[in-house]
Design a protein. Structure first.
Length: 485
């Protein structure tokens, strides 16, 4: 594509005299090849403008920047390179999200499980799917690594183009508040937006819960303000979460509700839980259905309701969806049982927020007969205000809280634990900073009737300490501890 043709989608931009062929668009100077358009992005810690010369040396054909740069190739000046990148990427890759069904899921907790439930339902309906989320990106059966829950706009549009080329019909993606606030999903044409819940997290970035909620609500306001009856837009909202009322007023899309405590379009009642699964009655627009899932906990019911609501407005038969979800055994790192032949359950869960930790521990109380070991830490370089709250919850619902290291990143693990301890003065707990030792302690001291919860990292297979990324999988370490018993 010629540079001038590409730039025509940007208003008020002065076209350079040169008009080279553009074969790729990149924001990472390390990925520049001959013919690339390099876009200088100002990040949180790195400014891409500093790498313009390097991009030129690697063969870039032109550069998009926010101020003049001393290079010999065409430089196009725009006010906001992030916004320009989203517009250019959408056009360069031929507006791929307009050619598939796009479902976005946002909220503090439940995004990953809900996205996988929706994916399973569509695949069981013989629909080709793609997933973009915390664990990975998936294009049909191909798995790709991802660094962020929601990648940048360039990566997104390139991935969607690959999905279209491989005949993907439905893409399901987790949409983080950071991505919404930073404009990473601008240009994505969502058909359905799902809201799971809003609880404390990321206040190191958003500063207040209202700002956090506002960022989440952008997904719903960006569904548009028109009604195309051939391609309707839907907002699937959790009626039990107060934030839904505000989100409802910020979108023009059709509102579909789900809930447990308040009446909704998709409503669960007669709930019964055990260590092996959950049973409930589902009231839907099609009537009442009995549902028996292998997932455990009230939070799992919310995820199921959200998934079924999204599937229903996508014209999937409700009986088929229920059967599909009933066959799901779980999602990696989400209330995942680790079985090494021990006489007590070991549960690994990604719960790294106060609300998610409390939900998991409340669920455990339904089947724990004796002691509950809670191995928990908090991530470094993240919201510090939730640390004492996490500790309080561990002490409130656990008989044997063990404070340990999570991903300390640039912080001192001991200082992170000290922040946790502020919330539990006078309480009984144990500090074992080494996460491996903490897991071994919990497994070694548990017996029949007890439960061991290893919280915070879930599916992760690494631990970040300083600049080091070390191999570490809670599930593997737990099995090693069982074997040593």
């Amino acid at each position: 594509m010629k540079l001038h043709t590409l730039l025509n989608v940007l208003p008020l931009v002065k076209l350079p005299n040169e008009n080279p062929d553009i074969v790729d668009i990149v924001q990472d100077n390390r990925k520049v090849t001959s013919g690339s358009l390099f876009i200088c992005i100002k990040g949180m810690t790195v400014d891409g403008h500093k790498f313009a010369k390097d991009a030129e040396e690697k063969g870039a054909a032109a550069i998009i920047a926010e101020h003049p740069i001393d290079v010999s190739l065409p430089v196009v000046i725009v006010k906001d390179t992030k916004r320009a990148m989203a517009i250019l990427a959408d056009y360069f890759y031929d507006q791929p999200t307009q050619k598939l069904r796009l479902i976005g899921i946002t909220g503090t907790n439940g995004k990953t499980t809900t996205s996988h439930l929706i994916d399973q339902m569509f695949r069981d309906a013989n629909v080709n799917t793609g997933i973009i989320g915390t664990m990975y990106m998936k294009i049909r059966e191909q798995i790709l690594e991802t660094k962020n829950t929601t990648p940048d706009s360039m990566t997104l549009q390139k991935t969607f183009k690959q999905m279209v080329d491989l005949n993907v019909d439905c893409a399901i993606m987790e949409v983080s508040s950071h991505a919404l606030d930073q404009g990473r999903v601008l240009g994505c044409d969502y058909d359905i937006a799902v809201f799971t819940n809003l609880t404390q997290d990321h206040l190191d970035y958003h500063h207040t819960m209202e700002e956090y909620r506002r960022a989440k609500s952008l997904l719903f306001s960006q569904l548009g303000n028109t009604y195309n009856h051939e391609h309707p837009k839907y907002a699937v909202l959790n009626t039990d979460d107060p934030a839904s009322e505000k989100i409802k007023n910020e979108t023009a899309a059709h509102i579909i509700s789900y809930g447990i405590d308040h009446d909704a379009d998709f409503f669960a009642y007669n709930i019964q839980m055990s260590a092996s699964g959950t049973t409930f009655s589902l009231k839907s627009p099609e009537g009442v259905h009995e549902v028996h899932i292998q997932l455990i906990g009230k939070f799992s019911i919310y995820n199921v309701l959200a998934a079924i609501a999204a599937g229903y407005v996508s014209k999937l038969p409700i009986e088929m969806m229920i059967q599909s979800i009933e066959n799901v055994k779980g999602v990696a790192g989400r209330f995942e049982l680790v079985n090494g032949g021990q006489s007590f359950p070991i549960i690994v869960d990604y719960c790294h927020t106060p609300d998610s930790l409390e939900n998991v521990l409340k669920t455990i109380q339904h089947f724990a007969e004796k002691r509950v070991f809670v191995i928990v830490g908090c991530g470094g370089d993240r919201d510090k205000t939730k640390r004492p709250i996490m500790a309080q919850i561990a002490c409130q619902y656990g008989t044997d809280p063990i404070f340990t290291s999570d991903n300390p990143r640039s912080e001192d693990p001991i200082e992170i634990i000290r922040d946790m301890e502020v919330g539990v003065e006078g309480k009984d707990y144990r500090v074992i900073a080494d996460r491996r030792e903490a897991i071994f302690y919990g497994v070694k001291n548990a017996s029949s009737g007890d439960v061991v919860l290893i919280a915070g990292k879930g599916h992760e297979t690494y631990q970040q300490i300083g600049d080091l990324i070390l191999d570490f999988d809670d599930r593997v370490v737990a099995l090693e501890a069982v074997k040593e018993r």
